[in-house]
Design a protein around this ligand. Sequence first.
Ligand SMILES: [Zn+2]
Length: 343
Amino acid sequence: MPNPKKVIFLLSFFIILCSMTGCKETNQSENYIMTVSGKINVNKLGRTLPHEHIIVDFIGAEIVKQPQYSDEIAIEIILPHLMELKKNGIGTIFECTPNYIGRNPQLLKKLSDLSGINIVTNTGYYAAVDKKYLPQHAYDETAEQISKRWENEAIEGIENTKIKPGFIKLGVGSGPLDSIETKLLEAAILLSKKTNLTIAIHTGDGEAAESEFNLLKNSGIKLEKMIWVHAQNGTDIQREKLAKEGVWISLDGVSETRIKEYINMVIYLKDKNLLNKILISHDDGWSVTKNDGDIELNLFENGNSKPYHTIINQFLDSLILRGFDQNEINLLLKDNPIKSISL
Ligand SMILES: [Zn+2]
């Protein structure tokens, strides 16, 4: 039988100790990311692919009612690949398909529930490729009005789904930003300042990335709130410059045919102590095509015969051969992507 006085003394001691230290384990965190199934603590996400697609529809904005396919057919084709990915140790993917180019949050939620993979969707508009994917109101409205539409998605959920975006996704072409690209980035900055959502920008080249960076810097927003998507289209020097300022460098087209090229880009930044700013992914997914009047879903043809797997099946082995240790691999596949959009 323990001495009650001694028990009370020890309990009081621990209560005082807890009040002084916050009684938190060192790896505990309040931070989370917003997935299609709601908030998930950053410690529960696992290895993450920060730039993938499920289905993209390239037909153009406001032409036909989307989606043109049934969710059942999409699930039949895509679910086995996600289940295999989960089995191979990937816990989370960020789905980077914006509204008006095939975003389908309900399908993402079903696939997430069935596969056990966390999926994150986005808000924002894609102005690359001759503005083919912009709705009319993107021209007619001000940055404030557009930002308000995206804010409603972040607060209320997308349409009537209650599914909320975990980041802002934009798309711009090459060279300095034009007036509509600038307006959309201004709308994104307004939203990011209110919600802390990170802005991921599909970017045509390094010059466009510098143009985005300048606009963000002048707005006073933290540069950690910018992801330079398709940074592989820039140069080592451009990537180094923006990474040093805090921008996330997304090397997101890893494929079976380009492994060496991507390893070299990663090593260049590692040598400059910037490994903590790199995101790697495949940019894989399916696109909607019409064949003899029938709707089909076909894999992107970007050098990966099997979607989402080249990084875990081949790229990591190449990194290890080039001297990367497990901490560095965890930084690339876990810590960096999660930190880039954590709230
Ligand atoms: Zn993409």
